[in-house]
Design a protein around this ligand. Structure first.
Ligand code: FMN
Length: 193
């Protein structure tokens, strides 16, 4: 593959991951800089991808620690792996937390209901509890009450600054390429694996 083909394959892989079930890169690990300066990393689900806008999107809880971290330092890094094809995609960018407006509403309305139940709990993510049942009881739905969870829901848009592709081949002919955004243009090159 040449560099243009790899660039296209990265975006196609991410778009497929966002659109379909059980795809590699459906979940990626997203790293932020913690308030104490130490790295923090967690799994997120890719929800939407746009190559023309150079953007990838995940959803999260406004109360979660990563939101405080991103509000202080919007730089973010994500990594995902396709273990069948020995591929790694790394992404860096800047995160924008969308807390209101039509984009957030549209994301909420187009999400399957089972993905939204996590937003209904009255416990902020990371709250210490005595027993896992406490988290279940904190879901108003379990008490038969109405609560959509929408107040806790937000969209995180990552404007991508760089992409890093690594393919480990079985015959040791590994290939690694990096793509950088320069304004609206992308520059590209091979790098040592
Ligand atoms: C398979 C899987 C998918 C997940 N997807 C998301 C997600 O899309 N958004 C999210 O905020 N947390 C997701 N989580 C939970 C996070 O990994 C993390 O535990 C939670 O968001 C709290 O992170 P924080 O304390 O760093 O803010 C997922 C966890 C797993 C195991």
């Amino acid at each position: 593959m040449d560099l243009e083909q790899i660039y296209a394959r990265i975006w196609a892989s991410l778009a497929r991951a966002a659109a379909e079930k059980n795809q590699p890169f459906k979940t990626m690990q997203a790293a932020t800089i913690g308030l104490d300066g130490a790295p923090n990393v967690r799994t997120v689900v890719l929800r939407s991808v746009s190559e023309p806008r150079g953007e990838i999107i995940f959803h999260t809880d406004l109360r979660s620690p990563k939101i405080v971290e991103l509000s202080r330092e919007p730089r973010i890094a994500l990594v995902g792996v396709d273990p069948v094809h020995n591929l790694q995609i790394r992404v860096t960018g800047r995160a924008e937390v969308v807390r209101s407006g039509p984009e957030r509403l549209e994301a909420w309305q187009s999400s399957p209901d089972h993905t939204l139940t996590v937003y209904r709990t009255t416990l902020a993510p990371g709250t210490p509890i005595q027993h896992p049942d406490e988290a279940f009881d904190a879901n108003p739905a379990s008490a038969g009450e109405e609560a959509t969870g929408f107040d806790h829901f937000c969209v995180v848009k990552v404007r991508v600054d760089s992409l890093d592709w690594l393919e480990h081949s079985k015959n040791d002919h590994h290939e690694r390429a990096r793509f950088y955004r320069e304004g609206e243009r992308w520059s590209q090159g091979w790098i040592a694996p």
